[in-house]
Design a protein. Sequence first.
Length: 372
Amino acid sequence: MTEFELISRYFTAASSEQGLSQSVACTTIAKGVGDDAAVVALSSPTQWVTCVDTLVQGRHFAEDWDQVETLAFAIGYKSVAVNVSDIAAMGAKPHSILLALALPQQLAKEAWLSDFAKGLFHACSQFGVQLIGGDTTRSEKLVISVTANGFIDKALTPIYRSGAQVGDKVYVSGTLGDACYALYHPDTQVGKQLSHRLNMPTPRISLGNTLAAEGDVTAMIDVSDGLVQDLSHICEQSDVAVRLHLDKLPTSSALQNIELTQRLRCQLTGGDDYELLFTLPASVSLSETLISTAFTQITCIGEVVAIDKSVDSKAEVLNQNSDKLSLIELRYQGQRLSKQAPYPFTEYPDLKGYQHFSHASQLIAEHTDDTQ
């Protein structure tokens, strides 16, 4: 099968058969799959929003070839979902995607490509986007790079990471830690129960759109690399700190009975949740519209505080694996955690989130050691 036959058989035809969502229909796709570049005509009152994400075999999903073959549908679905989540985190409406697929020889076959394409187009249908172009090539490992596009009305302001203010409340959608637990404990009963959270995440598009429309949210990010790591991006870009209450972290019923510190580590540093993490002024309550369009629970987990630059504070909250001041203050049942008093942990936790440049086996070893 040639590159062009592959594109024509699995991606061009399916793309042209997609029904246009409201997001796509409000613009004109003058040219999609099949030319040197896609052409999109925008209506005048819109702002274009775009992002790109790459998934690599052995890092973002299984190294094992049997698992890769088994998960073809889920891999196709997730490659779209993780990018759409970034669009949602800006408060924008998803519009279209571009797909770059580096395909190993052993996956260039009917069964795998058909299931992968079905998963990809199922996600496109679910999230209101259309495949408008891309590229394919041969590779030793499976590598999938998706560029997602979206738009937001010019009358609205995209939601950045840089607007959090001292006194704001910190909220998160859904539950935390499920995907991380499933990733590192795939053969346990709970891991199997939560596998859908890892393999088939749900980007919070409606919630992001409603937050942008209401205009009160001050900062937002999606939780992809771990709660603390992603929250620290808001802190760094907003020049603030956050007081995070560990006993307030939303927990699924499946994860509820997992040993406390193991669960908390999954919730604090595990990635792949794809929930929205955002800040609102303390004077603003969650509206009925927001709650009804979220399609999931929304939980207040902390508050934005000023950075404490005192020497004593630095010594107390310094992450043992970092040479810089942590901007996340951890509290449990009202008590502040420190290296001297780390309860409920036996020692102050390593707050590193997902590290994209660490070796995959090292990531697993580190996580396993931390959660015994």
